[in-house]
Design a protein around this ligand. Sequence first.
Ligand code: ATP
Length: 453
Amino acid sequence: MEKIVSLAKRRGFVFPDSEIYGGLANTWDFGPLGVELKNNIKNSWWSRFVHQRDDIVGLDAALIMNPKVWDASGHLRGFKDFLIECKHCHERFKVEDLLGGGGWEKEYEFLETLSPGDQEKRVRDLFKKCPNCSTVGQFAVPRKFNLMFKTFFGPVYDEKSTVYFRPETAQAMFVDFKNILNSSRIKLPFGIAQIGKAFRNEITPGNFIFRTREFEQMEIEYFVEEKDWEKHFEYWRTEVPSWLKEIGIDSNKLHELEVPDGERAHYSKRTIDFEYDFPFGKKELFGLAYRTDFDLKNHETASGENMKYKDAETGKEFWPHVIEPSLGVERTFLAVLASAYSEDGDRVVLKLPPAIAPYKAAVFPLLANKPELVKLARKIYEDLRKKFYVAWDERGNIGKRYYAQDEIGTPHCITVDFDSLEKGDATVRDRDTAKQERIKIDRLEEYIGRGLI
Ligand code: ATP
């Protein structure tokens, strides 16, 4: 993990946010190469799940929505964590983490009925040693904590102007459901896809970009007839891992965890968490949930608008049921980096699939002080970069330039030498094998492009 974090900073993938002011806890910025990798991951997802399909359409909704949305969706009441603080060291924990699972809500309800003295006694029985300072029996009574970020909409700071940063992108797909139906000719089963920011006031953010308070999601709400939900659930259960494989995530490190009753989100009847063996342990990479017709139904009740789907043939109206594959962009980014990171002797290589590598190729003149080589290399560079994002380097010796490109995952390095001037070709070196081939200059675009399919 340390190696990945250090590489990410050194080579401009991920920096601590506001670093000159000491940073902002667990908040990160994506640097010049990070933004490329992140965009390539998002574009790959969009291409596969929106552009290459007839049955899924896109959406880019406002981040701050009418707060009634969060009332109807259950987030105002149900989107909470329980925080417990050690009175000795003041470290805070999620109750769920200390108890090693869910099922705590019932206990909390019971706790609320007790007198303060009995509450403290019960807490001492349930929570023993502080994992931070090892003090025994010093936990305060847990508190309920809504995870949504609050702010004020407009210049008046009062209850009526309180709004929330969305904690998931999903709700917009439900709220806009009718607009999408009415403006497209889409028929069941179909999906709505969105990529965008979400905010959660997490109690324990950490592990680099794994858990942050501001993050991005890639979500699909896939609408189906109730009778078919299991079939579609099974489909998405393999479809998402298949995409993850395409972007280089090691399938052997992906594991399913069936989330038991009592531990699922308030809207879900079945959830599988897909966990990945991150360098710091096995943790959720993405989730697959069967949200039933919970959301559309609630929005109809709360808004008074008809949120049903009308079958054109039978005339039957009903709320479709929903299967939701939901991925975090940053967690995917981290799993991609962890899967791609490799060492070959003292050479560090990011074995990223070419389609998501920040640069598709790097172009070098063998010697920076030979104008004829620089001129030809520059011409190749200018031509290629109309099609792909390509790097230019003329510093130091060629070995160092290869090394620098390997470390950021550039699949091919193209070197222009004296033979290139006579024969119209260049040396192309492969990142993973370090093998070199001579390729005609007019075939370079096709050669680089082939690796991207
Ligand atoms: P966790 O159990 O790790 O808190 P979750 O089950 O609450 O996650 P979901 O509500 O299912 O997460 O959100 C879908 C996806 O969004 C997660 O699988 C994850 O990839 C991403 N995600 C959720 N919370 C965060 C966060 N705080 N930081 C980064 N990504 C997140």
